[in-house]
Design a protein around this ligand. Sequence first.
Ligand SMILES: [Fe+2]
Ligand SMILES: [Fe+2]
Length: 467
Amino acid sequence: MQKISLEQLDMGEKLVLARPVLLGSGVKGFNSGVEVNERVARKLIELGFTEVWVRGENEPQSGVIEGCDDELTQTEKFLAIKQNIATSLADIMTEKDPEREMLRVRSMSRTNIKLEKGSLTKLDPARPPAEMKLLKQFSEAIISVSKLEQFLKDCRDLIDGPFSPLRIDKVSVNLNDNRIESSYLFNHMANCGIYFLATIARYNADLKARGAVCSDAKFGPGIDHNKRKNMLFFFSDEEIASGALGAFMHDIGYLHDGMPDILFKQGAISPEEHSILKKHVEVSMNVVQHHIFFANRPLAKHVIENHHERINKKGYPKQRGNLHVFSQILGMIDCFDSMTQDRPWRKKFSRAKVLEWMYDNSEQKAEADGSIHEPMFDRELVRCFERVLMLYENGEVVDLYHAKTATPVFRCRVKSQNPGRPDRPVVELTCCHADPARNVEGKIINLLNMPDLYMGESSDFRKEPIV
Ligand SMILES: [Fe+2]
Ligand SMILES: [Fe+2]
């Protein structure tokens, strides 16, 4: 299996899609196994795709892991789960136009109070009871309890399946794939929920290995989360599912109060528009906080409310610094997922580059003027995320650099992963840039044993080994 550019497709060899091509909001465009002939390639280019995963007609699927369906690679399995969740999120948020929905809610209401456009932006806990009731009706009309139950079931399936303590060591998650722009938000929210579950599973497994015990009442008002970090309490499945539910819904506010016009417009976003978008946190909270399903799930609401806060108190909207570990994880992967996707105003960054940025922002630094720059992320959590992350997929073609050289030495194809070390997979060399006459084709290298060689854009940002 390999990723190829559609523009440079060689029609000499019969190739089939190694992975289904999806057309936003869960509509399947082309099944895996479909031949990539000229007509299909042209159609894909028309749809805006630039590259696809292909394999030879008789070549078996690669990258199958223990416990996954035989025909599916680990990545395909996660992509399929994420796709189902993204489709449910799209159903929740787009099947009804918010303005029409308001009219429907108004007509449902026995009172004559109107929920005006823009009112969701105002976060006022002292709202009159009648308006609170209308908000509750509104949120329960647009977010069905059955969909939320389905999300919780999806979470439990992942917690009991690939993210269970016994299997988390083998997990490498990659949720980046080709997708058209219209479904960005739903895919982003689904991605964040799945990355959240994987990261907290890694964190929890480490706590259990260190002898932690499960304790109720770990979450409540007034808890000092910085102190709590050192207590050996692991999180219950119920707490994790509640946090993940918040992760799946964390940006729901973007769908209201005129924000979609800004979020999905082409071109740069002005500083004024940016400050409007920042209101999505309050709007998200206003949409969920009166919903019956969130009433007994304080963690779900907590992660939504705090996913843009940072431990250095430089986040928004409240510049809080004492953050529950769930909010820290969601904040961290929220950055990772949005930076690794194309947006109308910028191109995506590579997963390795964003991980490097996360490393850079999880250590204390002295500035030139002598001041101390506090980190925005906790290094231990960045490591947990890295350990469940796939940076390069099997089949991906990447250049290899020698330490401290600016030009690539070899080109290679990724063969298999070393779990926990996504920057150092096993690779097969395809050519030697430094000496083109040298025949290196087919030579297998485990990058764990070659400390002087680095993949593409991943420099030695970790600086210390992970075991
Ligand atoms: Fe957000
Ligand atoms: Fe987000």
